[in-house]
Write a protein that binds this ligand. Structure first.
Ligand SMILES: [Fe+2]
Ligand SMILES: [Fe+2]
Length: 247
């Protein structure tokens, strides 16, 4: 393995542009970034709902049912984030390390991220109807959010670029198959969550992920709808109620 290839390329680097263009889809459409987009949307939902809980608690309107909905969402988020990093740690990064030095900040940041997630987990499970319990949660959540967002930015600016610079898409296909083997239908539905609408979802599934239309219709889209219904809508209802209380 060469040791001089740890530095990620600059955007204007001609050799990088040429190698990147050989991949059949842009970095923006890459499944790696789509997973980050879904997690970024999850974080944005969590931030909004914690703020809404604060508003409701202040007005003695927060209910046990609402807290339960947030806990259900949180458990799903924990699963998605843990699964995403397990895939990187156990499949993608070891494979990349056969040819390129991957910055070891990836592994150390995963550890930092896990600690931040555990701190939120403790506080979210301790939330009662009081404003102080929600304030304690919000403090830990803000740390988690910062750590995750910075980590994703770093990964997209370095590791994803190193992957596209040193490997071809054809070489990546067996790795992608391994990743898919560990994903259940609910995970596949989740990855579509941050896309604007079904038209955008269809476009990505057809042109990038090359998923047959029947599988899109019978599996992917129904699981995405289930995700929206089971996890996201209850949170949106809490945020809407808090807005009503504030006005
Ligand atoms: Fe990561
Ligand atoms: Fe990642």
């Amino acid at each position: 393995m060469s040791t001089d290839n740890v530095t990620p390329p600059e955007d204007h680097d001609e050799s990088w542009k040429e190698k990147n263009d050989r991949w059949p889809f842009t970095t923006k459409d890459d499944g790696w970034i789509k997973a980050h987009d879904a997690l970024r949307a999850d974080l944005s939902d969590l931030r909004a709902v914690i703020q809404a809980m604060q508003q409701l608690a202040k007005n003695n309107r927060l209910t046990k049912r609402q807290i339960k909905s947030v806990l259900v969402y949180w458990a799903r988020f924990q699963h998605s984030l843990t699964h995403h990093h397990d895939t990187e740690d156990h499949i993608v990064i070891p494979w990349m390390c056969t040819r390129v030095l991957v910055p070891d900040t990836v592994a150390s940041e995963h550890k930092e991220l896990l600690d931040a997630m555990e701190a939120v987990d403790t506080k979210i499970k301790a939330v009662d109807m009081t404003e102080s319990s929600i304030a304690a949660l919000y403090e830990k959540f803000q740390i988690l959010e910062r750590v995750v967002l910075d980590h994703f930015q770093e990964e997209e600016a370095s590791v994803l670029k190193l992957l596209r610079l040193h490997f071809t898409f054809a070489e990546f296909i067996p790795v992608e198959k391994q990743i898919l083997k560990h994903l259940g239908p609910a995970d596949l539905g989740w990855i579509l969550r941050a896309m604007k609408n079904d038209e955008e979802r269809r476009y990505w599934m057809t042109n990038v992920a090359k998923i047959p239309r029947l599988v899109q219709s019978l599996l992917m889209l129904p699981f995405c709808r289930r995700h929206l219904r089971k996890y996201i809508r209850p949170l949106q209802d809490i945020v809407k109620e808090a807005e009503g209380v504030a006005n």
